[in-house]
Design a binder for this molecule. Structure first.
Ligand code: PLP
Length: 389
């Protein structure tokens, strides 16, 4: 029945664990979920108000496929103001979430056999999108010794004549690692003189801790600006996951034009109301709400990090951004699926197995939940680990 194309996709492990947790809950079990990939905060009021006004004003028709002039201007303004990037509105395309941006991008730039370098651990969707585009994911494994970041030497060794793109994600889902300006500059030096594109997923740029300042890879140099496709959205930073607003910016006209055409034959424009709602957030009017969420994440990160590291047999680096901890269980169990399934069944704690992110011997714990749940959940993990067989 099914096309070969659709069969290359693997089911999402995050979804599998979430649905197992839901089943247990439906059976009346007391389940604590740390598998969420979304903030537990409501969308800022100013965003909701803009949406309500748009509905009442009848802003309910098709818009330009790649986004309204108003929203494209707001994105260009945001990228200039916050990221020091000089994109024109015509360099930008709005998509149904950043997942859709990435899907469109790889459909547009990858031919069969083209290689895309993906640092591991990676966000679950990256290899699937590359495979669906007939491309070949090439993984660079990282661990705690480099703070889960690739080194220039690793990047150099991964490049072949077939390399089409490097996919970077900073801050990272699942590790929370953040590349410094110096680290990005060193990676940029390796790419100089090549035709390799960089796809930079900056979804978690606003969830940064310890006063860290975010650097967009396209801002490193003119050379990087020309080869980079910057991807971002509002799901994580403004707590708008369900609204579906993502975008990319790219100075290569051929690519943006092709994607607008492609999107014109698939989804057309994203929801008109969401575009109106996004404008105040992009213009910085939700920044105070964003700061409330960011500081709550920082406090929870400190709490969860400290409690987890008190447990003998597991260890975790302190993430510099995003809202995940990537916990090393290798001293007691390398099979992450087995560990997570047992933890869920025996203690009612849902976390995501590291294998879903391409790395065995870990689990991902999302701290996008309240302090009491974090404390209770980690206590259960401690008792599980103590008696692990
Ligand atoms: N990129 C990363 C690293 C993510 O974790 C996610 C969501 O989980 C996305 C992109 C996609 O977000 P959305 O499609 O909601 O904009």
């Amino acid at each position: 029945m099914l096309s070969k194309r659709i069969q290359v996709l693997s089911p999402s492990l995050t979804m599998a664990i979430t649905s197992l947790a839901r089943d247990l809950k439906a059976q009346g079990r007391d389940v604590l979920s740390f598998s969420a990939g979304e903030p537990d905060f409501d969308t800022p009021q100013i965003v909701k108000d803009a949406a309500i006004a748009a509905i009442n004003d009848g802003f309910s028709k098709y818009t330009a496929v790649g986004g309204t002039p108003e929203v494209l201007k707001a994105i260009a303004g945001k990228l200039k103001r916050e990221n020091n990037l000089d994109y024109k509105p015509s360099d930008i395309v709005v998509n149904v979430g950043a997942k859709h941006s990435l899907f469109n991008i790889f459909q547009a730039i990858i031919d069969e056999g083209d290689e895309v370098i993906i640092p591991a651990p990676y966000w679950v969707t990256y290899p699937e999108i590359v495979k669906y585009s007939d491309g070949t994911p090439v993984f660079i494994d990282t661990d705690e010794t480099s703070g889960f970041k690739i080194t220039p030497a690793q990047l150099k060794a991964a490049i072949t004549p077939k390399t089409k793109a490097l996919l970077l994600n900073t801050p990272s889902n699942p590790t929370g690692s953040v590349y410094s300006k110096e680290e990005l500059t060193a990676l940029a030096d390796v790419l100089k003189g090549t035709n390799i594109l960089v796809v930079s997923d900056e979804m978690y740029e606003k969830i940064l801790f310890d006063g860290l300042v975010f650097t967009s890879v396209a801002s490193i140099s003119e050379d990087m600006f020309k080869r980079t496709i910057t991807v971002n959205g509002l799901s994580k930073s403004v707590s708008m996951t369900g609204w579906r607003f993502g975008y990319f910016a790219c100075p290569i006209k051929e690519i943006t034009d092709a994607i607008v055409d492609f999107q014109g034959q698939s989804t057309s424009n994203i929801n008109s109301i969401t575009q109106k709602a996004a404008v105040p957030a992009l213009n910085g009017l939700a920044d105070a709400d964003i700061e409330i969420m960011r500081s709550a994440f920082e406090r929870r990160r400190n709490l969860a990090h400290e409690l987890l590291n008190q447990i003998e047999g597991i260890s975790v680096l302190k993430p510099e951004g995003a809202f995940y901890l990537f916990v090393n269980t290798k001293a007691i169990e390398n099979d992450s699926m087995k560990f997570c399934q047992k933890l869920l069944e025996e203690k009612g704690v849902a976390v995501v197995p590291g294998i879903g992110f391409g790395t065995e011997g870990y689990f991902r714990l999302s701290f996008a939940t309240d302090d009491a749940t974090i404390k209770d959940g980690i206590e259960r993990i401690a008792s599980f680990v103590k008696n692990y067989k």
